[in-house]
Design a protein around this ligand. Structure first.
Ligand code: SF4
Length: 260
């Protein structure tokens, strides 16, 4: 096993990279190669809007007040919807941009939650999306959802039952269409077993094959390395990939790609 993997905290970005293409995982987490995805500035713009919204949300839930947002009407509208849908109350505790690490049963897991809302008898994870479609039902079974809920339920951070934990994806473009994912003791056990299998597979591998899906290469940041070509012009299906987004960049930056 490469020594870098002994130190790696497995985030949703790492698990997704492995599942999409083991070679991509190697480039990022073993070789330490990473640079943000750009296509004539358009993807950067998408990421930049996500970054700004996450910052505004962090300020709002920190109680420090967010806004105004001069010269950015789209962002100002998103902030207004956030404040309307999530007014602060004394009955809840808000932990924006909360990092949680857990080392249990040989698993070193890492999550950077956009927001944790702690009420008397429950905890809700919120994840902000800013792409041009409502949160999709498929998110419920994504590595991010499984890792985020499992880690919160099993790390000792929260002493309640898994049934008292939930995750909500919310997009300010579609404020009335959140995706809510509930949790259970059974799902928690299944997620733990899934993570054990997946991480054991990664740690025991000696080969990092390329993806079998050409689609994964089209907007991959390593395309110039693998194929000697630049990234393709952004298209609608880029937003479907959800492969490189603000959360992933945060998580990758958090541990310096392959540093402990
Ligand atoms: S360009 Fe394709 S083969 Fe190369 S790392 Fe990216 S997804 Fe894998």
């Amino acid at each position: 096993m490469p020594s870098e993997l002994e130190k790696l905290w497995f985030s949703q970005a790492a698990l997704s990279a492995w599942q999409n293409c083991p070679l991509k995982f190697k480039y990022r987490y073993i070789d330490g190669l990473y640079w943000p995805l750009t296509v004539e500035g358009k993807v950067s713009e998408h990421i930049e809007m996500g970054r700004k919204f996450h910052l505004l949300a962090q300020r709002h839930f920190s109680g420090g007040g967010a806004g105004p947002v001069p010269g950015e009407p789209l962002l100002a509208g998103w902030l207004a919807r956030l404040q309307e849908h999530f007014p602060l109350t004394d009955a809840e505790e808000y932990l924006p941009e909360y990092e949680l690490r857990g080392a249990k049963n040989g698993l070193r897991l890492l999550a950077k939650y956009d927001l944790l809302v702690i009420a008397q008898d429950k905890v809700t994870i919120y994840d902000w999306k800013t792409d041009e479609r409502p949160p999709r039902a498929a998110f419920a079974a994504s590595p991010q959802t499984r890792l985020y809920l499992y880690l919160l339920s099993s790390s000792g951070f929260y002493q309640g039952e898994p049934e008292q934990v939930a995750m909500v994806y919310w997009n300010p473009r579609f404020p009335q269409e959140p995706l809510r994912v509930s949790y259970s003791a059974r799902q928690c056990q299944e997620d733990g077993e899934w993570l054990q299998r997946l991480i054991a597979e990664i740690l025991s591998t000696s080969a990092f094959p390329t993806t079998s899906k050409e689609k994964n290469c089209r907007f991959c940041e390593y395309r110039p390395v693998c194929h000697g070509q630049g990234l393709e012009e952004i298209q609608e299906d880029l937003l479907e990939l959800e492969e490189v987004d603000w959360e992933q960049i945060q998580e990758i930056a958090l541990q310096g790609v392959n540093l402990p």
